[in-house]
Design a binder for this molecule. Structure first.
Ligand SMILES: O=C1O[C@H](COP(=O)(O)O)[C@@H](O)[C@H](O)[C@H]1O
Length: 232
């Protein structure tokens, strides 16, 4: 695990973008494609600001979601909807490069359909992402894996529905640890004083919280700014 400390949010965006640039280019050079999983929340802003400036072959990107809210695509809560409005127009990415959840169905149906789409895209049910871009909530959740939730113990489903998310909206689909910890690279990008206490509990005290359980086969990076790293 590598912890990378940066001064502030702007430096975090630059550092995160440089990691994504390198990992995307290595993946494309080695395997011809770049499979990346995106998160929602504050990460959206970092990626929409930073990624348009990177040097990469956008046509080789395949983008999926570490978690997604089961809401209409035009809802403010839709993670894909936000990238569709704020990232696609600033890059050469096209909508059909995103693996999105089915609209107008339950979380359970959306999770099943999303699993099938990922299986088709990877041509296998071993979803080996080159990079997962992760956020962490102030309660230590990552993806839609919340403290104390039974989904933390899920070992069969790779993509699970959740209908009781403590953070709204309640209905979501999420990657589970068998997929997260199978990734070649995972990066957490965390900024701001509101995350400082939880960063201490996870990175210093090593408490058993959802974000602590991210231990991929590949590399794990935590990029944290000074405000978030205050108690480290
Ligand atoms: O609900 C969610 O929250 C987490 C953390 O969000 P943040 O705004 O505190 O960064 C996010 O990583 C996840 O994708 C999202 O669905």
């Amino acid at each position: 695990m590598t912890t990378v400390k940066v001064a502030n949010e702007q430096e975090l965006i630059k550092k995160l973008s440089s990691y994504v640039e390198k990992i995307s280019n290595d993946s494309i050079n080695n395997r011809g494609k770049f499979f990346v999983g995106l998160s929602g929340g504050s990460l959206v802003k970092y990626l929409c600001e930073g990624l348009p400036g990177i040097n990469t072959d956008w046509s080789k990107w395949v983008l999926a979601f570490c978690d997604e809210r089961v809401v209409p695509e035009d809802s403010e809560d839709s993670t894909f909807g936000t990238y569709n409005r704020q990232l696609i127009p600033k890059t050469e990415l096209t909508k059909d490069q995103f693996i999105v959840i089915k609209q107008g169905v339950t979380a359970e149906e959306a999770a099943k359909d999303y699993t099938e789409k990922l299986t088709a895209s990877f041509k296998s049910n071993n979803f080996k992402f080159d990079l997962l871009l992760l956020g962490m909530g102030p309660d230590g959740h990552t993806c839609s894996l919340f403290p104390g939730h039974p989904l933390l113990e899920e070992t069969v489903l790779k993509i699970a529905p959740i209908t009781d998310s403590p953070k709204p909206p309640p209905s979501r689909v999420t990657m589970t640890y068998p997929v997260i910890n199978n990734a070649r690279n995972c990066i957490f990008a965390i900024s701001g004083a509101g995350k400082a206490e939880m960063i201490k509990r996870i990175l210093k005290n090593k408490e058993d919280l959802p974000a602590t359980r991210v231990k991929p086969e590949g590399s794990l990076y935590w990029i944290v700014d000074n405000a978030a790293a205050e108690y480290l």
